[in-house]
Design a protein around this ligand. Sequence first.
Ligand code: AMP
Length: 505
Amino acid sequence: MCGIVGVISKSPVNQMIYDALLLLQHRGQDAAGIVTMQGTKCFMHKARGMVRDVFRTRNMRALPGTVGLGQVRYPTAGNAYSEEEAQPFYVNAPFGIVLVHNGNLTNAHALKAELVEKDRRHINTESDTEVLINILAHELQNAARGSDLTPDVVFQAVGAVHKRIKGSYAVVALIAGYGLLAFRDPYGIRPLIYGTAETADGNSVIVASESVALEGTGHQVVRDVAPGEALFIDPNGNVHAKQCAENPTLNPCMFEYVYLARPDSVIDGISVYQARLNMGETLAQRLISTMPPSDIDVVIPIPESSRPSAMQLAQKIGKPYREGFVKNRYVGRTFIMPGQSVRKKSVRQKLNAIGVEFKGRNVLLVDDSIVRGTTSKEIVQMAREAGANKVYMASAAPPVKYPNVYGIDMPTPEELIASGRTQDEIREFIGADALIYQDVDAMKRVVGKLNGKVASFEASCFDGRYITGDVSVEDFSTMREQRRSQQTEEDDPARSRLALQNTGE
Ligand code: AMP
């Protein structure tokens, strides 16, 4: 998962891109990068770490120009430790292209071989973003042969890209001297939205992963980029738009609503906050049909993403909603840290229980989802240590049973606590007295009703349905192998220390 942004303006864009990346920081804390362009010259700064650590005043001063893009990264493909895999990526031909990408290509391996053997291009890293930029470059080269680079030529190239690449991709690219290109995969899995602002110097156009980055930088939302659609924004801020895919359908990623996105964002016409409230409502119905609410004294959210669901659930079952855990806001999200050993350790560094809310009470803890189960297990234990009588656990999302291949770090079934286990086995693993899960169909229904234009959701980690149709069990075993070789590096204590430093601990 990553956060991306691109801006074209009449005044310098470095500060605006920095501000947008801060607003998207929750989407990735591993690395950050910005590229700006002045005339036809590109300026880049990227490094591992959070936005505020990566960019110092001297770095910002060295990013002049009125066009630019940026990215915050959480790696889901390639090497989590490689600085050179931080985005943006750059290729110098044709024209000079800089690109940022949120998503994951499912055919990156085959494409890489094709690029090397047929297209005669050099690929230097394990990142699928490098594959993507080279495919785009190759197709732009083909489309622009003998003609000038008009919006139509760019759209033709994007159409060819759609035919070659598979998976999820929201992309912003800068074509030196020509403008900013943004496009979204034909299934509309990862989010992309654009907006405009009137500034003293003229118009500014922004494209970003979430609406919060538009609003927070003074832009008005125009609309989401449609699945398969490309926008080309010329240096004067004129937006050219074209549908470049053959059969586009809108299937936004359900996990954005569950956990990934900020609650104040609206993705594909659905308020993330409202989606979470609705999930709390159906979770309450599920709870009522499973156990008597009279057994519960208090409902306690696990901060932050579960709050709206927990609030709504508490109201629905008529029980008090209380804050029982305090989060140290200066620690990164636990899942953002590569390596299971670091992830386990950080739960207690991140959360602390408030004893009075637990002592002698039957508590219902609500989390947005249970993925590996390590957080829940630790938290149930903390609730008991704080004196709780009974500890019940509810997940606002259904069981996460299947790996995600579209850009969320849920790589192999073995790492998922709900894969191949009964609900009672999961309950036992996390040590709770009862466990209540959201229902998949109910979740799709109550989130889907917030926008009738959404065809369906990319919800493969819950329902095992991979909408791009090219994912098989064999892919999971390849991923498992890659994971194992990366794991060996992660278990190196020096690397764990590095990961901790980079999350500000
Ligand atoms: P755990 O069950 O220990 O993996 O942690 C679950 C918590 O981390 C929940 O709040 C999840 O929503 C959150 N989370 C979100 N994305 C991921 C991810 N890719 N891997 C693990 N946990 C995640």
